[in-house]
Structure formats: structure tokens, C-alpha cells
Design a protein around this ligand. Structure first.
Ligand SMILES: [Zn+2]
Length: 274
């Protein structure tokens, strides 16, 4: 049997290349691990949370497709006309070194975006939807308000143009970041030794759980998404061993529609207070 032929047939039927979307496969693997070996059984994933959190992905995708369509914007054109002639693309170094430099720039930029999302009221209006989740599971990694996904895309596009990062490298970084988010939001029990060794090089579920704490000074720490080094460097690192309660203090569980309306109501209230 020719496996290449079978694979291309499957790809044709499913309109989907699983190997190009390894991060999605990784996400599914983490769901399986959460069922087999949960860290907290009371915070187990359930159909309601999966559907609600996945709902944010659907709304974001539709919104971004509509916005890009409205402005006639295509990333393929951007890559061909601008990015491929930009600073990093033009450097006389190997593709791997270009990818490494780009990953460091993008990861540092994401750290600062995340930190500012907690410090600036306008950005917190959107980012708080991610923190409203009363449990921490792999599907929390999907729970981002479409407004946050949109301003994040504009921010990343500006970075791509300034640094001339090739689109191929950016897409690989996005897949890497999504896989990291799936891992660090996961409700999985890791052997203590593995967790403590990993925590020096990777943001682990235990480390990121502190960032989701209801306690404000814990929530305003551990901003890194992939490697914990940015928090160490900028002194926002919190290491704590006990289990922390996650969510936003004194807030009830919100319906999907209430979550979508959160930024609008928050900004409206801000204006009233002023
Ligand atoms: Zn956050």
C-alpha cells in the first residue's frame, strides 16, 4: 500500500493537512491527557465549557475574515511585497537563525502585550474575558474575546512589517504559541520531578495557574506564555507551591453572550466613573 497516496486522498477528502496543523493535534492530545490524568478532578473539562470556549474561536475567525475582506487585506501579498524584502528576511544568515531571532522578538513582544493587557484599562476590558474562566483547562487557551484577537493581529502585523519577519516563520511561531498555551492551561498532573525541571525552560501549568489566580498581585505576575525567562528578567516571576483559586474575584459564571458583551459594559462603566 502506498501511504503517500492514501494520505493525499485523506487530505483531499478532509480539506485538511494534519501535519501542517500539528498544534491542533497537540491540543487534542492534551484533552485526552486531561481525561486520563487530571490535576484537579473538580475542574474537569465538560461539554459546556468546551463549547463556550470554542465559541470564542468561531466568533473571532468570522470577525477577522470579515474585517480582512472589508479592507481587501491579504497576508500573501504582504509577504510577497513587504516582508520578503524586510530587515530579517534580507539578513545573510540561514533560515534557522532567522527563525530563532524572529521567535525571540515575537515572544518578547507577546510578553509585553500580555503585561500591558493587565495594566491598561482599555486592554483589560477585553483580556479579562480570558481570566473570567472559573476553571483552568486546555479549553481556557481558546477563550479570548474577538476584540483581543483582532488588536493582537494588528499588533503582530505591525511587528512583522517593522522587523521584516517572513510569513512562514510567523505562522510557525503562532502554532508554537498555541501549543504552549494548550499545555500551560491544561489540567494535567505532571510528575513533580518533570514539572520542576521543565519549569526552568517552559511555562508549566503550575506556573501559569498562578497568573490566573483571583489574588491581584499573583494575577499580575507570570505573564510569559512559552519560556518563563521574560518574567525572570523583568521581575514579574511568582513561584508558589500551593493550589490557587482561579478566576476574577466576586464574579459569577457568565453566559457566552455576557462574556462577549463584557468589554462594552466595562468601558461604559469606566466612562460613568470618570
Ligand atoms: Zn492574563
Amino acid at each position: 500500500m502506498d501511504f503517500r497516496k492514501v494520505y493525499s486522498k485523506v487530505k483531499e477528502v478532509m480539506f485538511y493537512d494534519i501535519f501542517e496543523n500539528w498544534d491542533v493535534l497537540f491540543f487534542i492530545l492534551i484533552i485526552g491527557l486531561e481525561f486520563c490524568s487530571p490535576f484537579l478532578s473538580k475542574e474537569k473539562e465538560n461539554a459546556r465549557r468546551l463549547l463556550t470556549n470554542f465559541g470564542h474561536v468561531v466568533v473571532s475567525k468570522v470577525f477577522i475574515i470579515l474585517m480582512l475582506g472589508l479592507f481587501g487585506f491579504t497576508f500573501k501579498y504582504l509577504d510577497h511585497a513587504v516582508l520578503s524584502k524586510g530587515f530579517i528576511s534580507s539578513l545573510p544568515i540561514s533560515f534557522c537563525i532567522k527563525a530563532l531571532i524572529s521567535f525571540v522578538i515575537l515572544d518578547l513582544a507577546i510578553y509585553w502585550q500580555h503585561r500591558l493587557s493587565h495594566k491598561l484599562s482599555f486592554l483589560w476590558a477585553f483580556h479579562q474575558v480570558h481570566h473570567q474562566d472559573k476553571a483552568l483547562t486546555v479549553s481556557t487557551a481558546l477563550r479570548f474575546h474577538f476584540g483581543e484577537i483582532f488588536y493582537s493581529l494588528i499588533y503582530k502585523t505591525v511587528l512583522l512589517i517593522i522587523f521584516g519577519i517572513p510569513l512562514k516563520i510567523f505562522l510557525a511561531f503562532e502554532a508554537f504559541l498555541f501549543a504552549c498555551a494548550a499545555f500551560n492551561h491544561a489540567n494535567i498532573k505532571l510528575p513533580l520531578k518533570i514539572e520542576s525541571v521543565l519549569s526552568y525552560v517552559l511555562v508549566t501549568p503550575k506556573f501559569h495557574r498562578i497568573h490566573h489566580s483571583v489574588v491581584l498581585n499573583e494575577q499580575q505576575s507570570n505573564y510569559s506564555f512559552s519560556v518563563p525567562w521574560w518574567d525572570m528578567l523583568f521581575k514579574t516571576y511568582t513561584a508558589k507551591k500551593s493550589v490557587v483559586l482561579v478566576g476574577i474575584e466576586n464574579e459569577k459564571v457568565l453566559s457566552f453572550l455576557e462574556q462577549v458583551k463584557t468589554p462594552y459594559l466595562y468601558i461604559k462603566n469606566m466612562k460613568k466613573v470618570k
